[in-house]
Design a protein around this ligand. Structure first.
Ligand code: NAI
Length: 380
């Protein structure tokens, strides 16, 4: 049975990390089952698409993704000189990929800035379409910013917005917040995890972030009331819904990470905490991620195109390889996913790692991108 999966190679280090990663993903699946195979189908985007069809985001690519259920991508550079702000943002908005999901865990053998990185095992659900990322911003001293400032003063009685202000707008909706939290709740329940934490800055931004917190509690009570409880109730056997103000959550992540399992966050908080937690476990170069709509699971390397090392066989293919593990889990192959994670652990324990990981592995032997993939493959 062939499972169709679209893939986008990506720019910069994209080609080399895929060359190293795809055989590992295929081999992990083959080691578990001969019944399910992956049918990889390439879609063009980024520089390769410009070279071949003259556009960084061809309509054919978007059309294929609109009806797809599974896709993976390498990093895409931000095109210079086109009207497009960012290909990644265009994909997220065009495909309504509203949930950005990042699991964070430690691989033994990787030195980290904290004493007990193994206590971190969290999955972050970050809202991906709203908040300050909606791109509603006006530069200081432009006619638009002045007009908006004067509207705020004259029509709404706002006193703190002067004529020289740059202005950004933070739109957040009940529907947008609830669908993200609903997905995080389902994940926590499906995986029998003890807690879900709403991370917000509602003490200051009461009607946006504060509302996110309230909508989160509401969706838990209204749709999952018989299987969840709050920290006040603490009913046995139920998923505990907590909330933490974002700055306190950063402290908690360092001091008591074992008390947190699933985090549900608005866009900006999620952006910050995803990278902070990945760094805490020493795994920025290894962090996998997926962006999801209601129909499409779109896996992506979380790093960029690393232009200064592109084409030199120095890149770490780990993020795409671990995206493969997430994807295999999603298609009902947890055994193949576990093989990949164990193989990455063993490669790190064997101290044969790419240059970016070497400073975090005592006595490391630096290997190239291709060899790192082969070593991981040998441990499957
Ligand atoms: P970057 O992630 O490409 O590079 C940051 C640093 O990490 C560099 O020192 C780089 O050499 C290193 N690095 C990144 N990935 C690595 C890997 N797999 N193995 C070894 N070292 C690695 O971020 P930067 O420089 O800010 O962005 C470069 C380009 O990538 C920009 O055009 C940016 O827009 C794009 N980008 C794309 C993303 C995506 O497609 N999801 C995410 C982040 C940036």
């Amino acid at each position: 049975m062939g499972t169709k999966i679209f893939w986008i190679e990506g720019d910069g280090i994209g080609p080399e990390i895929w060359r190293a990663a795809r055989p590992v993903i295929n081999a992990a699946l083959a080691a578990e089952t001969s019944v399910v195979t992956l049918e990889w189908q390439e879609l063009l985007a980024g520089e390769k698409a410009v070279r071949e069809v003259g556009s960084p985001m061809p309509e054919a690519t978007l059309n294929a993704l609109r009806t797809a259920d599974l896709a993976m991508k390498g990093p895409l550079g931000t095109p210079v000189g086109t009207g497009m702000r960012s290909l990644n943002v265009a994909l997220r908005q065009g495909l309504d990929l509203y949930a950005c999901i990042r699991p964070v865990r430690h691989f033994q053998g990787l030195e980290t800035p904290v004493k007990h990185p193994e206590r971190v095992n969290m999955v972050i659900f970050r809202e991906n379409t709203e908040d300050v990322y909606a791109g509603v911003e006006f530069a200081a001293l432009t006619p638009e910013a002045r007009k908006l400032a004067s509207f705020l003063r004259e029509e709404l009685g706002v006193t703190k917005v002067g004529d020289a202000c740059a202005i950004g707008i933070k739109p957040m909706t009940e529907a947008g917040s609830k669908r993200l939290v609903r997905r995080a709740l389902r994940y926590a329940l499906d995986n029998k995890l003890p807690s879900l934490t709403l991370v917000h800055k509602g003490n200051i931004m009461k009607f946006t972030e504060g509302a996110f917190r309230q909508w989160g509690y509401d969706v838990a009570a209204q749709e999952f009331g018989d299987v969840t409880c709050t920290e006040k109730d603490m009913l046995p056997g139920r998923l505990v819904i907590k909330d933490r103000i974002a700055d306190a959550m950063f402290q908690e992540a360092l001091l008591r990470p074992e008390q947190y399992h699933v985090l549900a966050t608005p866009n900006l908080n999620g952006d910050y905490i995803s990278d902070a937690l990945a760094a805490q476990v020493g795994g920025l170069g290894l962090a996998p991620g997926v962006n999801m709509s209601d129909t499409l699971a779109f896996y992506e390397a979380t790093h960029g195109t690393a232009p200064t090392i592109a084409g030199q066989d120095k890149a770490n293919p780990g993020s795409v390889i671990l995206c493969g593990a997430l994807m295999l889990e999603h298609i009902g192959q947890p055994g193949a996913a576990a093989r990949i994670r164990q193989a990455v652990s063993k490669a790190i324990a064997a101290k044969a790692v790419t240059a970016d990981l070497a400073p975090n592995v005592t006595g490391a032997r630096v290997v190239g991108c291709q060899e790192f993939g082969e070593i991981i493959g040998s441990y499957l």
